[in-house]
Design a binder for this molecule. Structure first.
Ligand code: NDP
Length: 252
């Protein structure tokens, strides 16, 4: 039921953090994992880890904010693999500034990287996923898809958009045999959060106190949900958003 042998998966931002955690889960379940990101050195290191996990993995350079780059990415996937079964829209960024201090360029940068990228990748991947007959899309949202994020308004808006985009595509593409779901991670220890942890007084302790599991999440905590949503085990689940937050969202 969780077997991904013979499946091809592409993970945007799969060269580190949560993306690599999920990519490793998919690799261990048998998928051939393609890493799509900008930093070639980091991507090569990620591919080495994925190959060590038994995946016939490779990397493709792509900027997911750029329409032509995204189209070229999926053209290459078609040429090299002839198929795509699983797309994980994970690439993301943030700018920690309240609305009154946020420049328009910063707003666009966050929206383009976190939300427009998912639209572009899904649109370009659609013919391949449709041809696979049982395509799976996993969009990475956040707890900030649900909660207000006064210190990161563009981030919150982009992640709220991910949930609505997920529902729209799940409805549109059900007839094509494609399931589309979102994952909403809680606080996960990665490069994205390392800066905030160091800079924001008390954040480290507040996260631990509010998270029922009593700790920060690690990238490998996202591996299981990625395998579940990519596999036949989730064939009757679409358009939903699954928190993976150690209980962060249940606290009052
Ligand atoms: P990281 O900063 O560790 O990783 C971000 C990844 O995105 C990198 O692999 C980076 O690769 C890639 N990326 C960024 N911009 C682009 C771009 N324009 N084109 C292609 N790839 C890009 O972050 P996390 O692992 O923490 O975050 C991954 C996802 O999880 C994000 O969507 C984030 O919002 C979400 N998330 C994270 C949480 C956390 O606590 N860490 C909580 C909730 C959600 P490269 O620079 O090489 O292009």
């Amino acid at each position: 039921m969780f077997d991904l042998n013979g499946k091809v998966a592409l993970v945007t931002g799969g060269n580190g953090g949560i993306g690599l955690g999920m990519a490793l889960g998919l690799a261990h379940a048998g998928a051939r994992v393609i890493v799509a990101a900008r930093n070639a050195e980091k991507s090569a290191a990620a591919v080495a880890q994925l190959q060590a996990a038994g995946s016939d993995s490779f990397a493709l350079a792509a900027d997911v904010t750029d329409e032509a780059s995204v189209q070229a990415l999926f053209d290459q996937v078609g040429e090299r693999c002839g198929r795509l079964d699983i797309l994980v829209n994970n690439a993301g960024t943030t700018v920690r500034k309240p609305v009154d201090q946020l420049a328009l360029a910063e707003w666009h940068s966050v929206m383009d990287t976190n939300l427009t990228s998912a639209f572009l990748c899904c649109r370009a991947a659609h013919p391949l996923l449709k041809r696979a007959g049982a395509g799976k899309i996993i969009n990475i949202g956040s707890m900030m898809s649900i909660f207000g994020a006064p210190y990161a308004p563009a981030y919150g808006a982009s992640k709220g958009g991910i949930v609505q985009l997920t529902k729209a595509m799940a409805s549109s593409w059900a007839a094509d045999g494609i399931q589309v779901n979102a994952v909403l991670p809680g606080w996960i220890q990665t490069e994205l959060t390392d800066g905030a942890r160091a800079q924001v007084a008390g954040l480290n302790e507040r996260v631990i106190a509010r998270t029922a599991a009593g700790r920060w999440g690690q990238p490998q905590d996202l591996a299981g949900v990625a395998v579940f949503l990519a596999s036949a085990a989730s064939d009757f689940i679409t358009g939903t958003a699954i928190p993976v937050d150690g209980g962060y969202s249940i606290a009052a």
